[in-house]
Write a protein that binds this ligand. Structure first.
Ligand SMILES: Cc1cc2nc3c(=O)[nH]c(=O)nc-3n(C[C@H](O)[C@H](O)[C@H](O)COP(=O)(O)OP(=O)(O)OC[C@H]3O[C@@H](n4cnc5c(N)ncnc54)[C@H](O)[C@@H]3O)c2cc1C
Length: 475
């Protein structure tokens, strides 16, 4: 472990090592909310909704305010500051305009790169190309800055530098406690609201998703541009790419993602799928060391890491209970809810689809004087399948080249099914009947798939998955 940190230090300096150590330490201690006195029927209501966390889920706060609700956002750092790079397609970005957060010309300006093709390529297999998926890179910082500005203009109140650390749920409202964070001037306080939206991402106490995707990388300069496989083509975004088989020592399948951004810049991530409980301690340090050491197997050049980005992205397999708060009136969104694809981990696209329906459900519930549905983020049926596939990838039971062989077969079938179906799977739109067709075809091309999946999932999960799949098809 120390040697991994030494290697990261040698490649990227002391500051990055300190940030990684901090995140790894925080992850090993799950936060717990203090239990506060529930507000009684006579309690003064400060706001309709309190949103804990002001990252990407700020979109929900802005939409709630557009629907006429009073909203308070409490954020540990400063709300509306992005530390990540995101991509999506034109269609997925449209709700930003429809919700009045940006005009169409402003959106065009926020898109810093456009590419023609997305690629999924698995070691030893054939690159599979898809169009209209993850092909617009968005300038995340200015986007969230803009969303905060619009939210403020709609009356959203921000409490920055305050960590939510206590909850008390009454019959008609919820008390939310917070404490000032070191380095900020905010004091301890409480807000009473009709509903709390937990948008604290992976650090929510209720973010209990069973899979995790340790991810490292960031924005690089200096990679060689061109259209050869080991060069960066500004017209192409890599969605899922493997350059080696499952690591025989760790049992992990490492995956690259890379997409061009501002001129001369490329965002590159290295990640793997893991079970949340089994993810190794200090995973990010080891993964970053591997990133620097194997980057040349993926793309060539003389790279400099100009903006490091890393973290643990939660994923839910749909084979275990869903992440939920234990009470009514506290709803999860974003990474805390983990309703995005556990295969592509596209939390951005998922939030773009979910923020308006989630806000609508909360606003309707408040209007009707009832608690909102426990799950305000709509569920995409296709994750019955992607959840099982991600669990297979996290299980480490398919050694050597078997996993790459299975993925190559599956994505080959998608390519054969046509661009619409390929895009539908990656954008979480594939319907039940189409994904069973996809399974059937993958099984006939790669006959041992069912045995391999069964072994990786284990009999209980496989049975649960089979039942849900059957329900989905019969519905
Ligand atoms: C390295 C990395 C790369 C990624 N790349 C992509 C990508 O290419 N495409 C994509 O679609 N998705 C990507 N994602 C996922 C995407 O960024 C997330 O899905 C998205 O940011 C989730 O938004 P969120 O608001 O739920 O959580 P976050 O954006 O994590 O925001 C949570 C906020 O809550 C705050 N907070 C935490 N605890 C408290 C507390 N107690 N009180 C108050 N505030 C608190 C945090 O400070 C933070 O601002 C990536 C994630 C990572 C880690």
């Amino acid at each position: 472990m120390n040697s991994a940190l030494d290697r990261v230090r040698a490649h990227a300096g002391k500051e990055l090592v300190e940030r990684i150590e901090h995140l790894d330490a925080v992850r090993s201690t799950r936060p717990v909310d203090r239990e506060l006195a529930p507000p009684d029927a006579a309690a003064r209501i400060d706001a309709d909704v309190v949103v804990a966390g002001g990252g990407l889920s700020l979109l929900v706060a802005a939409e709630l305010a557009r629907l006429g609700l009073s909203v308070v956002v409490i954020e540990r750092a400063r709300a509306g500051v992005a530390h990540r790079e995101w991509n999506a397609s034109d269609e997925e970005l449209r709700p930003l305009v429809d919700a009045g957060l940006v005009s169409q010309p402003e959106l065009e300006e926020l898109v810093v790169a456009r590419y023609k093709d997305g690629v999924c390529a698995f070691f030893g297999g054939t690159p599979r190309r898809v169009r209209g998926v993850l092909d617009r890179a968005v300038d995340a910082g200015p986007l969230l800055d803009r969303v905060r500005h619009v939210a403020e203009s709609r009356g959203v109140k921000f409490i920055d530098g305050a960590a939510v650390d206590g909850i008390g749920v009454g019959t008609g409202s919820v008390r939310v406690g917070y404490r000032g964070v070191r380095g900020h001037s905010t004091d301890r306080g409480e807000v009473v609201a009709r509903v709390m939206v937990d948008a604290r991402g992976a650090s929510s106490p209720y973010a209990t998703a069973d899979l995790v995707c340790p991810t490292v990388g960031g924005v690089l300069r200096g990679l060689r541009q061109g259209d050869a496989p080991h060069e960066v083509d500004p017209n192409v975004g890599d969605i899922l790419v493997t350059t080696e088989d499952v690591d025989p020592r760790s049992g992990l399948q490492h995956v690259w993602e890379g997409f061009p951004g501002r001129p001369g810049e490329v965002t590159v991530y290295l990640f793997y799928y893991a079970r949340a409980k089994g993810a190794p301690q200090g995973a990010l340090a080891t993964l970053y060391a591997r990133f620097f050491e194997t980057l040349a197997d993926y793309k060539e050049g003389d790279p400099t890491l100009v903006r490091p980005t890393f973290g643990y992205i939660p994923g839910w397999s749909r084979l275990s209970p869903a992440p939920r708060a234990p009470w009514e009136r506290v709803v999860l969104v974003g990474d805390a809810a983990a309703r995005h694809s556990p295969l592509t981990f596209c939390g951005f696209g998922s939030m773009l689809r979910a923020f308006r329906p989630a806000a609508r459900e909360i606003a309707t519930a408040i209007d009707e004087g009832r608690p909102p549905a426990r799950d305000v983020v709509p569920e995409d049926a296709v994750h019955m399948w992607t959840g099982a596939l991600a669990t297979v990838m996290a299980s480490g039971t398919l050694p050597g080249s078997k996993l790459n062989g299975l993925l190559d077969a599956a994505f080959g079938v998608l390519e054969e099914m046509g661009n619409d179906e390929f895009a539908a799977l990656l954008q979480d739109r594939m319907t039940g009947p189409r994904f069973t067709e996809f399974l059937r075809r993958t099984g006939s091309r790669h006959p041992i798939v069912y045995r391999e999946v069964l072994r990786a999932l284990g009999p209980m999960s496989a049975a649960r998955w089979g039942v849900r799949l059957a329900r989905e098809v019969l519905a």
